[in-house]
Design a protein around this ligand. Structure first.
Ligand SMILES: Cc1ncc(COP(=O)(O)O)c(C=O)c1O
Length: 461
């Protein structure tokens, strides 16, 4: 196929994607076995464009419509239009954002955007980088902290060193466990601090635990404040953690993958993120609540030159030309996807004010959903709403099994794709509002549909 013909085909596919979104169907649900048969992945298709477009059509037909208002399954939903444009152009121009030479515009855009974020967060003398997501950013933050705590670790590894310990709340994200594993800290050296009733890290329990570790000869090098926990949306108290940091001198990182978006709104920043400018590092996903197309993440340090101290290594003379400008120098990757173009376009299109309006609206909608649930005789809240997360269930006997069946029925009936989680082993629906098109009417419709299906299930209809 000639280039122009291919581009025309791509345009048709884009229109087709748009049309299938407009059809307003959430999903054409197929079981794994059925879908495997439909896809016929073993089929030969060497030089066969027609077959490739058949697979593309199937991809579109059988993927959930994540822009649909009943797709309430994740921390994101659909994507902002400017970021989609940026993604398409990044794919068509296909380059790596590791050097200025190979990606001059992306390099300047990323540098510009990181400065904007340092400003939003209030890190006056900081630095940062885009990473592949908050899991990775959490690990890099832990790595920087490890290499600051033990100055020889880069040369000697962890052999014959004082044992290191890191602390997170028991509701923190599992990526921290992975980080402890990857970095040689050991998952048993990642201490999970109990939470209060609301799901925040219990600071006095943390203090006690730190004393115990120190008394036994361990070094406390890293504490992660979760700023919006994955299930309950709780924010660990930064100000109280800063007081402990001043006492014990650990690195204090803020995992704002989901709830960090509150930084865009002066009101919500003051409410949830007071003291954020005193953290040592902070990460946040623009691809979650703020709606940029996946993946779009940044990590910021409230320090200068630590990323290169920690991450730059080996003989890279074949690739880098200017260590001050080439972004790959401080990255753990060599090739780097261009994520800055879509980020920049979103930022310019919506501005900080637009993102602030967005998060404030989601916050109000979460409050509204909580009110609806509390006034319903069929539903019950399963945790006090802290911020953006609404955890609830349908009241029933054998509640866990019933609610799981209810969720599966809603999916198989192609009505809604709802997130679920467990709080103290109890099944909960986890409603996270992150769809720009959702409003109170849609929330009522979504919850009413759940109630109607739940009642039918109870009556075996
Ligand atoms: C609190 C928290 N941290 C980290 C992550 C991981 O983020 P990512 O998917 O960008 O790796 C998540 C994902 O849900 C999260 O909720």
């Amino acid at each position: 196929m000639q280039d122009n013909e291919l581009l025309e085909k791509i345009t048709q596919v884009l229109l087709q994607c748009k049309r299938s979104k407009d059809d307003n169907q959430l999903i054409d649900y197929q079981s794994t076995t059925e879908l495997t048969e439909i896809l016929d992945l073993n089929k030969q298709s060497t030089q066969d464009w027609e077959q490739l477009f058949i697979w593309i059509q199937k991809y579109i037909d059988y993927s959930p419509n994540t822009s649909h208002i009943s797709f309430a399954n994740r921390m994101w939903s659909g994507a902002n239009a400017p970021s989609i444009l940026g993604e398409v152009v990044a794919a068509l121009t296909n380059t790596s954002a590791c050097t200025f030479e190979s990606a001059p515009v992306a390099t300047l855009m990323e540098t510009y955007m990181l400065e904007q974020m340092l400003n939003c967060v209030g890190f006056k003398q900081g630095e940062g980088q885009m990473t592949t997501g908050s899991s990775n950013a959490n690990m890099i933050a832990m790595m920087v902290a490890r290499n600051q705590a033990l100055k020889d670790v880069k040369k000697q590894g962890l052999f014959n060193q004082i044992p290191l310990f890191a602390f997170i709340s028991q509701d923190a994200h599992y990526s921290l466990d992975k980080a402890a594993n990857i970095l040689g800290i050991g998952v048993e050296h990642l201490i999970k601090v109990p939470t209060t009733k609301n799901g925040e890290m219990d600071i006095s329990a943390l203090d006690k635990s730190i004393h115990k570790i120190q008394k036994n000869g361990g070094m406390v090098f890293f504490v992660c404040a979760t700023l919006g926990t994955t299930v309950r949306g709780a924010y660990d108290n930064i100000e109280k953690l800063i007081m402990l940091k001043n006492k014990h001198h650990f690195w204090l990182h803020g995992d704002g993958a989901w709830g960090g978006a509150a930084v865009m709104s002066p009101i919500l920043k003051a409410k949830f993120l007071s003291g954020i400018e005193k953290l040592d590092s902070f990460t946040m996903d623009f691809h979650k609540m703020l709606g940029s197309s996946l993946m779009c993440n940044f990590l910021l340090l409230n320090h200068k030159n630590l990323l290169s101290y920690t991450c730059a290594d080996g003989d890279n003379s074949y690739i880098f030309r200017d260590n001050k400008v080439d972004l790959g120098v401080t990255s753990l990757q060599c090739g780097r996807r261009v994520d800055s173009l879509k980020w920049f376009l979103d930022w310019k299109f919506y501005s900080k004010q637009g993102f602030s309006d967005k998060v404030e609206n989601y916050y109000q909608l979460a409050k509204f959903a909580e009110g609806f649930i509390n006034s319903s005789s069929e539903l019950e809240m399963m945790a006090k709403r802290n911020s953006f997360n609404v955890c609830f269930r349908f009241k029933a006997q054998e509640s866990n099994i019933f609610n799981k069946n209810l969720r599966n029925k809603l999916l198989k009936d192609e009505q809604s794709l709802l997130a679920f989680a467990y709080i103290r082993e109890k099944f909960v629906f986890r409603l996270l509002i992150s769809n720009i098109n959702i409003n109170q009417v849609n929330i009522i419709a979504l919850l009413n549909r759940l109630i109607k299906t739940g009642k039918a299930l109870q009556n075996n209809v």
